[in-house]
Design a protein around this ligand. Sequence first.
Ligand SMILES: Nc1ncnc2c1ncn2[C@@H]1O[C@H](COP(=O)(O)OP(=O)(O)OP(=O)(O)O)[C@@H](O)[C@H]1O
Ligand SMILES: [Mg+2]
Length: 300
Amino acid sequence: MARDKKKRGGSAPKSTKEEVKEEVNEEVNEEVENGENGHENGESTPKQATKQKEEENPRSATGVLSSQYLSRDLKLYNFSLTLNGIVLIQDTELEFNWGRRYGLLGLNGTGKSTLLTTLAKREVPIPDHFHIYYLDKEVEASEKTAFDAVVEDLELERAELERESEELAATSGGNESERLYDIYSALDDMEPELAAKRAGEILHGLGFSKEMQTKKTKDFSGGWRMRIALAKALFVKPSMLLLDEPTNHLDLEACVWLEEYLKTYTRILVLISHSQDFLNNVCTNIIHLNAKKMIYYGKL
Ligand SMILES: Nc1ncnc2c1ncn2[C@@H]1O[C@H](COP(=O)(O)OP(=O)(O)OP(=O)(O)O)[C@@H](O)[C@H]1O
Ligand SMILES: [Mg+2]
C-alpha cells in the first residue's frame, strides 16, 4: 500500500527541484533521527506500523470499484489480497452479478475463506447499500429461543431500510429506482405475520420441530447453533450471502432442503462447498481460484 504523504500544514508549495529534494531529505532525516525504536512522540516508524497493522488484521486487500455506486452488481478490478504478506490473489477481476449464484472452487489453502472474510469486512470499496452476510460462526448460547435468535435483527433492519428509502426518495435521478424496488420488496417480507411464517419454515427445513424452535439457544449443541445461524442468514435475505461449507453441520435431509432453498436465491450468493453435486445443483456460475487469479465460468 502506498505510504501516506506527510501533512505539511501552512507551508507554501515547493516550486523548484532543489526545494522538493530538500523536503524529501528532511523527511528521510527525520526518520533517521527518530531511529528504529519509533518517533519521540510515541508514533511508530512505518515499518513498525505495518507490523502492528498485520498483527491486528493479517489481511490486506486492494481493488477499484468499477460498477456504478447504486448498481445491484458488484465489480472491482485490480483486486489483490495478501495474508500475512503472502499474496493469495493478484491483480484479478471480481465480479458478482445480481441474481447469480457463484460456486467458489480452489485447492485447500488458496484463499477462498480469506476472500469471503475480506468481502464481509468490506476491506475493499463496496457500496454501502450492499448488505453482506457472512456465516462464519454459530449463534451465541443464551436465554433467547432459536426462533427469536433468527428474527432478532428484524426491527433494526426495517428501520435501516426505511431510513435508506427516505434518503433515496429525496434525491432525484435514475439509478436509485432499482434499489428502491429492492427496499420495498424487503420491507414487504418483513411484515410481522409473513416474517414469522418465513422464519418457522426455514427452521423447520433445517430440522427444527415446533418444540425445538422455542428451546433456548444455550440448550443446543454447537452444531445445532450453527444451524440456527444458517437459518438467520437465510431469513435475512442479504443482497450478498456468503456461505463457507454450509452443509458441514447438516444431515442429509437438511442438506436436501438447503439445496432446494438456495436454488431459488434471487440475490447474490457466493458458496464454498466440497460437494460437487451441491454446487452443480445450486450455482449458476463457478469461480475457480487458481494461480492467484479468479477464473469465471458460466458468465452470462
Ligand atoms: N489466521 C491465519 N493465520 C495465518 N495463516 C492463515 C490463517 N488462516 C489461513 N491461513 C493461511 O492462509 C492461506 C489461505 O487460507 P484460506 O483458509 O483462506 O484457504 P481456503 O482456500 O479457504 O482453504 P480450505 O479449502 O482448506 O478451507 C492458507 O495458506 C492458510 O494456511
Ligand atoms: Mg476455507
